[in-house]
Each structure stands twice: as structure tokens, then as C-alpha cells.
Design a binder for this molecule. Structure first.
Ligand code: UDP
Length: 573
């Protein structure tokens, strides 16, 4: 497997198997063989032994050529006794002590296996309300979140992966103000992304300048209700987001509108990075196509999309991910029932920025947005065909009767999702997800093994090295700053093409999220980068824009607003 030095370090530190003495017992190729064989074994249910070998070989090539990679837990655990292969889970949090700790136990097991967990804490009674069994008062959702956070801290996922949680509280919960400020202290809830669950009625109250009612009905019939000016609540929320990046928003009505199986339940939460809205106990297997490998040179030597190669890759990837559901070992019977009932998969992309650079299309252009939609529409359409073909052979997903696909043939309730691809894009050696380059060159700090990795994007390097005034000295300058914008000798067209995350206006970040969302069944994980100088009004505009344009959620990141940044632009000496 052709790997960059960085990819090799990541694989060796966390993905390749080791013996009890901690010695490596597999190579990257053997890892791919393990994953390919384990996922191909599902073919046995519908075919013969020779189909397994044949499919294993196709899956191996798919990953070895870095056309597609599954999410990290599949790479880490396929073909091992653990065999927990999914990255994303949502678990219920009921207003009952035993149930809360049952969920916490399951979350701990999921995180230990490399999965991330999302929860909506809105069913928990507010702080200070009555507890009938003890006569005491309840500690409220945020206090329980701290317990979940401490559990994640303790697990640290066997040293393989940091635990990740999504904690949601709906905008009308009486404890919403405490929740909004819960991450003002950066050490608090450090293993959580937090988001406010927004209903459209809140925006209506905001538009009309009305009060908004915070409300909680307990099972014992007690109701708590309090009014607050919608504008005050909104301002507090936006201000916290501006100051710390948290909370993000989750648009519950938009999510429910696209819930493929409303007959099975209401979606109240997403996984940690937001790309998969899920029902309680549901999970999702992700995998991403490397777009930088879906190009070919045209007659005049320009790069263009190899649509046929992309089509083949989508079909094989859908089969791969459907097989993962079959070969997964589930940590709880309810997880199995939901995963095999809806058979959700999330096929996404990585290397979008690199694809755009090679094709000469600036990220902050209408052309990029239109092309993004067109590309994702193609992927979604082909994934639908692939899922229908699988259904003809393997049957539709069991809950299809209670879904919007009732009467059709379809193997999976959802097919597409845009994941952050934080690690798998590094393994594939391309830009992550649909993000622009974070920097032309940057250093990445690895919390787990205290190593610092330096990276220079190859597509950017290729363009730069073709420039007339290119020199080693120029490269040093670019590496130092992580940007090309200050290099006088470079033409404007090259500077425009090589704009990095922070040099791109946030409205284009949101527009990309929305362009891809249009043809994504699940959701799009996207960081809306803002410079340190962004104002509270900018954050407000961003949050409104995301809601109005049909995003399923939004998270902003104002540069410097978080103490522990994983990525730093340029090489800080
Ligand atoms: N995730 C996690 N811990 C991490 C990173 C990711 O639990 O440290 C989960 C989380 O649910 C996230 C999903 O994996 O939404 C996908 O993240 P990403 O695409 O970055 O993962 P990769 O497969 O590249 O490791």
C-alpha cells in the first residue's frame, strides 16, 4: 500500500494489530486483507465460497488503491474477535436513574470499541425538580452530562481513539440556559460536542419578537413552564457560540422531515460530528470515496471526472458497507435489532478540495457549489441503484414497510452521509471530507502519542512547482505561514485556487454544506471556519443562513476560540 510517512505513523500507532507484548503483528497490506476478507465473508449468506474470495479481492483493491476507505472502527476491528465496525451511535436517555446508567454502560462499551455516541438529554427533568423516590431534588441534564463526560475520560478507548460524544438539549428545556453556557469553561464537558435542538417554532417566536415557553412535563404529571423573550435566549446562545464554538445547532424539524422511517420513531439526536441523525439505539457504518482518485486527464491534458470509475466505486462501496452490517458484532440486542432493521449506511467523500484544485475550480465560486451538488447527486443516484440491486438479491431492509420507501425495493434506509474523515483522509493522503485545505502546509498534534506531524498538500505542491518563480525559498515561506496569499510572485489565479479554510468566507463554507446536503440522505459534517475577528453578528448570520438554506445542523469554529486546537496553520516554530 502506497502510504505517506504520516499515514504510516497513524496506522502503526492505532490501526495495525499488535501482540500482547505490544509488537506489531501486521503490515498495512495485511490490515487491508483482514478487512477485505472479513467484509467479503457476508457474501456466503447469498452465494458460494468462491464469491467470498472474488469479493475480497475487489474490496482489497478498492482500499489498496485508496479509492474508498471505511470508517476507522471497521479498519481497526474487522476480522478481530471484537468486530465492532460502526463509528456512529445514538442512545436513549430516559428520565430514570437505572435507565441512565444502563445507557452509560453501553456508551462506555461503544467508545471502548472506537465508536462515537450521541444523546438527547431533554427527557431528563430540570435541575431542582422533585425526585419522588428520595424526596430530594434532581440534578438536571447538565449534571448527568458531566458524569458521561467523566466516563469517557476514563475509557479513552483503549488508547486507540479519543471518546467522542454529542450532547443535545432542546431549546424549550427549562435548563437550556445552563446548557448553553456549559462549555464556557473549556475543561468542562471536554469529551462532548454540544448542540441545541431547534424547532421551527422557536424561529417563529424570534421573528415576531415574542416570548418563548420553556416547558417540561414529568411522568408524575408535574409540569414546569417558564417564559423567556426568544431574543434573549437567542442572544445568549449566539454569544456562547461566538466565544467558544459551542453550542452548535441541530434543526430537529428539518431532520424529522427527512426521517426515512417515521413509523419507527422520531429522530432526536445525531452522532458526535453531526453527519448521521439516528433513532435511539441506531448505528451507522460510514465509508468515504476518495475524490482525488476519481479524475482522469482529458485530451487537452486537463483533469476531469472519471464518471465511470466513480460509478463502479459507488456500487462496490455500497456493497461493502451493506456487508459490514452483516459482519458487525453488536454490543446489545437492541443495537442489532435497529441496525439490521433499517440497515443505514453512510457513503461519503473525501479529497473534494484536492479534486477542485486539480480541476482549477476555486472553492469559493458558484462553479464549485454547482459541481458539488452535481457530483453528490450522481453518487446518491448510483447508491440508490446499487441498494435496489442488492435488495433484489438480498431483500429490502426489514423496516421498509414503516418507511417512505414502502412498496419499493431498497436494501438500506439511508445511503449517504458526509463524515469528517479526520483519520481516513490522512491514511488516504488527501484533503478531508468536503473541507477546503486547512493550510497549504500544517502541523497536526497527536494527543495520543505526543507526535507532531507535518503535512504539505500534494495537489498544491504540484501547482506551485509549475509556477515560473517557484523556488525552495518560496516553499519555505509557504510552509512557515501555511498560506500562499502573501507571496508576491504568484499570480492571483493561483492564490485564489489555493485559498485555505480561514481565507474562505464563511458563507461559502455554509454554501458547500448546503450544496452537498441537497443530495445526502443523512447529514453533512462541516466546520464553518471563521477568523478570530468574526463578530457575534457573523455567528448569528451563519446560524440563520444554515437553517434557512436547509442544513440539518451547524457548528462554527472561530479561530483561536478553543484552547486545544488539533490543527495549526503553518509551522509554528
Ligand atoms: N469518532 C469518534 N472518535 C474520534 C473520531 C470520530 O468516536 O476520535 C466517530 C464520530 O461518531 C464521528 C465519526 O466517528 O462522527 C466519523 O468521524 P471521522 O470521519 O473523522 O472518522 P475516521 O473514520 O476518519 O476515523
Amino acid at each position: 500500500m502506497e502510504l505517506t510517512a504520516n499515514a504510516r505513523i497513524v496506522l502503526e500507532s492505532r490501526y495495525l494489530r499488535r501482540d500482547e507484548q505490544g509488537r506489531l503483528i501486521e503490515t498495512p497490506e495485511q490490515m487491508l486483507e483482514r478487512v477485505a476478507l472479513a467484509t467479503a465473508e457476508a457474501e456466503l449468506y447469498w452465494g458460494e465460497a468462491k464469491d467470498v474470495q472474488q469479493m475480497a479481492s475487489l474490496f482489497f483493491d478498492l482500499m489498496n488503491e485508496k479509492l474508498f476507505l471505511p470508517n476507522s472502527p471497521t479498519l481497526m476491528n474487522a476480522g478481530t474477535p471484537l468486530s465492532q465496525l460502526s463509528a456512529c451511535f445514538v442512545l436513549p436517555v430516559e428520565d430514570d436513574m437505572a435507565a441512565i446508567f444502563h445507557t452509560l454502560e453501553l456508551a462506555a462499551l461503544i467508545q471502548q470499541s472506537g465508536g462515537g455516541t450521541g444523546f438527547n438529554f431533554s427527557h431528563l427533568r430540570p435541575e431542582g425538580s422533585y425526585v419522588s423516590s428520595t424526596g430530594g431534588t434532581a440534578s438536571g441534564p447538565v449534571a448527568f452530562m458531566k458524569i458521561f463526560n467523566a466516563a469517557t475520560e476514563g475509557i479513552k478507548q483503549g488508547g486507540k481513539r479519543r471518546g467522542a460524544n454529542m450532547g443535545i438539549l432542546n431549546i424549550n428545556h427549562p435548563d437550556i440556559l445552563t446548557f448553553i453556557d456549559a462549555k464556557r469553561d473549556a475543561h468542562q464537558l471536554n469529551n462532548f460536542n454540544i448542540s441545541v435542538g431547534i424547532r421551527n417554532d422557536f424561529f417563529k417566536a424570534l421573528e415576531t419578537g415574542k416570548n418563548y415557553t420553556l416547558h417540561f412535563s414529568s411522568v408524575h404529571g408535574k409540569t414546569i413552564e417558564r417564559e423567556i423573550p426568544a431574543a434573549d435566549l437567542w442572544h445568549k446562545l449566539i454569544h456562547a457560540a461566538w466565544a467558544t464554538g459551542d453550542p452548535g445547532l441541530i434543526f430537529l424539524d428539518t431532520i424529522q422531515q427527512f426521517n426515512p422511517t417515521p413509523g419507527i420513531g422520531t429522530i432526536e439526536a445525531t452522532n458526535p460530528c453531526g453527519e448521521v441523525p439516528l433513532l435511539p439505539y441506531e448505528s451507522c457504518n460510514l465509508g468515504s470515496i476518495n475524490l482525488s482518485r476519481m479524475l482522469q486527464k482529458s485530451g487537452n491534458q486537463d483533469w476531469q471526472v472519471d464518471w465511470e470509475k466513480l460509478r463502479r466505486t459507488v456500487h462496490l462501496a455500497v456493497r461493502f458497507l451493506d456487508n459490514v452490517i452483516e459482519m458487525n458484532r453488536y454490543l446489545h440486542p437492541e443495537l442489532k435489532r435497529m441496525a439490521t432493521g433499517n440497515r443505514k449506511i453512510g457513503l461519503g467523500v473525501m479529497g473534494w478540495a484536492e479534486m477542485l484544485i486539480r480541476m482549477g475550480i476555486p472553492y469559493d465560486s458558484q462553479e464549485a457549489l454547482q459541481f458539488g451538488s452535481q457530483l453528490m447527486q450522481f453518487i446518491q443516484h448510483e447508491a440508490q441503484i446499487a441498494s435496489a440491486l442488492l435488495a433484489a438479491q438480498r431483500g429490502s431492509f426489514p423496516f421498509i414497510i414503516q418507511s417512505q420507501f414502502s412498496g419499493q425495493q431498497r436494501r438500506n434506509a439511508t445511503l449517504t452521509s458526509i463524515a469528517p474523515t479526520g483519520t481516513i483522509s490522512l491514511i488516504a493522503g488527501t484533503s478531508s471530507s468536503i473541507e477546503p485545505l486547512f493550510a497549504i502546509a500544517y502541523k497536526r498534534e497527536h494527543v495520543l502519542n505526543n507526535q507532531t506531524l507535518f503535512e504539505i498538500n500534494p495537489a498544491a505542491l504540484e501547482i506551485l512547482s509549475r509556477q515560473q518563480h517557484f523556488s525552495e525559498q518560496m516553499l519555505d515561506e509557504i510552509i512557515l505561514k501555511g498560506s500562499v496569499q502573501h507571496i508576491r510572485q504568484l499570480p492571483e489565479s493561483v492564490k485564489r485556487l489555493l485559498k485555505t479554510s480561514l481565507e474562505i468566507d464563511y458563507t461559502y463554507h455554509i454554501a458547500h454544506q448546503v450544496s452537498f446536503q441537497r443530495y445526502t440522505d443523512n447529514a453533512v459534517s462541516k466546520t464553518i471556519n471563521m477568523p478570530a475577528s468574526a463578530t457575534v453578528a457573523d455567528v448569528e448570520k451563519a446560524y440563520r443562513m444554515a437553517w434557512q438554506q436547509g442544513a440539518k445542523g451547524i457548528t462554527i469554529f472561530r479561530y483561536g476560540s478553543k484552547p486545544e486546537q488539533v490543527l495549526h496553520a503553518g509551522l509554528k516554530k
